[in-house]
Each structure stands twice: as C-alpha cells, then as structure tokens.
Design a protein around this ligand. Structure first.
Ligand code: EPU
Length: 429
C-alpha cells in the first residue's frame, strides 16, 4: 500500500503552478454527454475522479482521448446505452449529473445513487425534485434511479439550499428543455459560472450564473466546442496554507484571487501576507507565530467547506484558540482524530471544532479519512517534527494532481513509497 512520507520542518519556497479544477472538470465532463460531437477540454486534471468519470462515459458509448498536448477529447455522438455502470457511479458524486444528460439524449436513463467523500449524508433529493419539476418521472429501485421524460419542460425551481451539484445538474437538464427555467437560491461557485460558460459556448442560453438566480432558455440542441477548465481554487488554497504553515514564501501561479477571496482573507488574519496578481497569488508568513482565527463555512462566496480541513491544520499551531464551525456538512470533522495523533488539541462538539494551538506538532502514522482531510494531514506533516507516514492515499488521488512532486519542488522533504524504510530516506534528503 502506498504511503506519503514527509519529514517536517522545511519552509516552502518558490513557485507552484495550479492545474485544472476537479469540481469544474467533472461537471463539464458530465455535460458533454448532452452534445452529439467532439468536445475538446483543456486543463483537465489527471486525477482518479476524472479517470472514473471517463470510464463511465466510455461505458455509455462516448469515445475519449487525452491528446499529446494534454487536451481531453470527448466524443458523445454515438451513445449506446442509457444505463450507467453502478459500481463506478457509486465511487464519486458528480457522476449523478449524467442522469439529466442521459434523459435529454435518450428520454430514459438509469443511474445509481452516487458516492463521494464520506462527510455527511449527501442525499440527492434536490436533484430529484428539480428533475421532476422539469417533467421527469423518476423511481428508485434497489439504489438505482430509473427515469423517463419525453422532453424536459422549463419550470420555476427553488432550491432549499444552494447545492452546487443540484444547480449544475438542473442547469444541464434545462439547457435543452422546452421553454424557460428559473432556478432560485442556486449555488454561485466559480464552477457553476464556468459550467454555464461552457454550455453557452455550446449554444445554450443561460443567464445569471454566479448570482442566486439562474435563468435558462431551452434550446433544441447543443453543438461541440473547445473550452478551458478553470484553475483549481481548492488546490490553490491548499498550497497557500502550506506556504503559511511552514513560514515559507510561495508564488501560486494560475490561482485566481477572485475565486480564493474567503481563504485569502482568513489567511491574512493569521499573520500571512497575501499579494494578488493577475497571474497568481504570493503567500508569505510575516509573523513569528500563526495568529488564531475563527471560521464558519458557508455556501459561496462564504468560506468554502472544502478548505476548512486544511485550514484547521494551520490553526493547530496558532498562538491561541480558534473555532471552526461547519454549516454545510454534518460530519466533516473525522480528520481531526488523525490531526490529534500529530499532537493537535482539537475538541469537536456538534458542528464546531475548538482548536487550541500547540507550539509544535510531532510526526506519527496517520490515515486519510477523505480527500480534503487527507490534504490537511499532508499540510500538518510539513511542520511536524520527524517523519509522518500517511496512508489511505486513494482519497488524495481523487483530487490532487501531482501533489508530491509539486511540494518537493517547493522544498518539502516528501516522498511517496511502498517501502517501509522510505521515512529514513526522506528525512536525510
Ligand atoms: N444536499 C442535500 N440534498 C441534495 C444535494 C445536497 O441535502 O440533493 C446537501 C448536502 O448534503 C450538503 C449541502 O446540501 O449538506 C451542500 O451540498 P452540495 O450539493 O452543494 O455539494 P455537492 O454538489 O455534492 C460539491 C463538491 C464538493 C463540495 C460541495 C460544496 C463536486 C463534485 N463536489 O459537492 O466537493 O464540498 O459541492 O461546495 O463538485 C471536494 O472537492 O472535496 C468536495 C467534497
């Protein structure tokens, strides 16, 4: 079993380039099923969630290919089944959006309830209710949704929570519906804005993405296009926190400051200097100790739930007490037990984690509990005294492209190995 081994204590310095966003790539890849023709996507990250979704698309009959220049071609002209492979759909969350796309293409579809990180119940009731409001008839049998629709019909949909996935799913289902759809209280993340931009580049008529209300005028069909995935704001945030926790100085190329604003604002509160440039962000710690701060996760543009875990690592060595309140998911604190193995003092009560900063962390064997929880362990290990061994790497592989080489390039003593003695080697780098 692979392990990441990190010998903590080296400040990160230099430049790191951020690749494409996982959550943008998977949303747009699912949407390509709407399009009879060859879509070309640039900056798709090479991560396991992308591989899983590509396997699903191929099972449905699409042809896919990474070109030599790194661009991904998806040709969904000839789909041959509307039944998604259950075992693959259950491995990730965004695969569920293919239900709306297949219903558009075939008038019927079968897609299992999705999987994804174990961070809460994560039901799909908003997706189902919205698709039904657009005219689909859906039934759940043995964990698989079976649906039928003649053609989606525009509708007024109110989401009781601004769900990113439901907003994306309903946007793509409404793209070729008959008439106008209005989605209220929708999510406003940069990945929503870019999915709308992608669909519009394919001929859709979507307005208001990035605001709480999106209007979609259905068009008869979409055409293929060539399009760029946005840089990953969560990877950018992870490197920014890694620079801060190690007392380093890192330029994060491609990070879009406007997408990272809540995280950058909180970083400044911890005594970190953040400089914003058109082509990236420079992060440099300017205080001796990290200053404590409180965080409450919120739908965009609030502080992203996906960054609370990595940020918690930073606060474990702050000079005082910090509170993190998680309002989006009901159980996204499982990683805190692993951080405690490294010497962190964290008490979780309900949806709040109280972190009492300690002067230093110490290395220990730890296990990733989920994708961002895994990244939190990597970030903490960068400052833990000794060699930290991290296993459960399949979680990190789902969303972080080339994490180990990129951190090594910034000066971290980090390696990925199957070898029990790898820790000795990395500490003597
Ligand atoms: N929710 C419902 N019913 C629904 C849909 C959502 O109750 O039908 C609830 C969820 O249980 C959760 C809240 O609404 O409590 C927000 O969920 P949302 O639908 O916004 O999340 P998602 O679309 O499943 C995406 C990202 C997550 C990220 C969230 C929130 C993808 C593939 N996943 O999930 O990313 O945490 O939005 O921003 O886009 C990650 O990258 O590590 C990750 C988990």
């Amino acid at each position: 079993m692979d392990k990441i081994i990190i010998c903590g204590g080296r400040p990160l310095h230099g430049e790191v380039e951020i690749g494409g966003s996982k959550n943008d790539a998977v949303a747009i890849m699912a949407a390509t099923l709407l399009i009879p023709g060859k879509t070309v996507l640039h900056r798709v990250p090479r991560i396991s969630d992308v591989d899983t979704l590509l396997e699903i698309l191929r099972h449905l009959g699409a042809t896919t290919r990474f070109r030599e220049d790194g661009a991904l071609e998806i040709d969904a002209s000839q789909l041959n089944t509307c039944e998604a492979p259950q075992d693959l759909v259950r491995q990730m969350r965004a695969s569920f959006n293919i239900l709306g796309a297949l219903l558009t293409r075939f008038g019927r579809a079968s897609v299992a309830m999705p999987g994804g990180c174990n961070i809460g119940a994560r039901p799909v009731n908003f997706h189902i209710k919205g698709l039904e409001e657009l005219g689909a008839k859906l039934q759940l049998h043995h964990g698989v949704y079976h649906g039928e629709v003649r053609r989606f019909r525009g509708a007024n949909i109110y989401l009781e929570f601004p769900s990113a996935g439901a907003t994306q799913h309903l946007m793509l289902a409404a793209a070729c519906a008959e008439g106008r759809t209005i989605i209220e209280n929708c999510a406003a993340e940069p990945e929503i804005v870019n999915l709308a931009a992608f669909l519009n580049a394919c001929g859709a008529q979507i307005h208001g993405a990035g605001t709480p209300t999106i209007e979609i005028d259905g068009v008869p069909e979409l055409h293929p296009t060539e399009f760029h995935i946005i840089p990953d704001r969560l990877q950018a945030g992870t490197y920014a926190v890694a620079a801060a926790i190690t007392g380093g100085d890192v330029f994060i190329r491609n990070a879009r400051p406007e997408d990272c604003r809540p995280v950058l604002a909180k970083l400044r509160e911890t005594g970190t200097e953040v400089q914003e440039y058109p082509d990236g962000v420079r992060v440099r710690r300017v205080t001796e100790r990290i200053l404590p701060t409180d965080i409450k996760t919120m739908p965009h543009p609030g502080f992203p739930t996906d960054m609370q875990q990595v940020f918690a690592s930073l606060l474990t060595i702050a000079d005082g007490v910090s509170l993190i309140t998680e309002t989006v998911y009901e159980s996204r604190f499982r990683y805190t037990t692993e951080l405690e193995r490294l010497g962190a003092h964290i008490v979780v009560e309900g949806r709040t984690a109280k972190i009492t900063g300690v002067p230093a962390l110490t290395a220990a064997p730890v296990t990733c509990t989920d994708l961002r929880g895994g990244a939190a362990l990597v970030v903490a290990a960068l400052v833990a005294d000794g060699a930290t061994e991290i296993d459960g790497l399949h979680h990190i592989d789902r969303g972080y492209e080339d994490l180990v080489p990129r951190l090594r390039q910034l000066g971290a003593a980090i390696t990925r190995t199957q070898d029990a003695n790898g820790g000795l080697r990395v500490c003597s780098v």
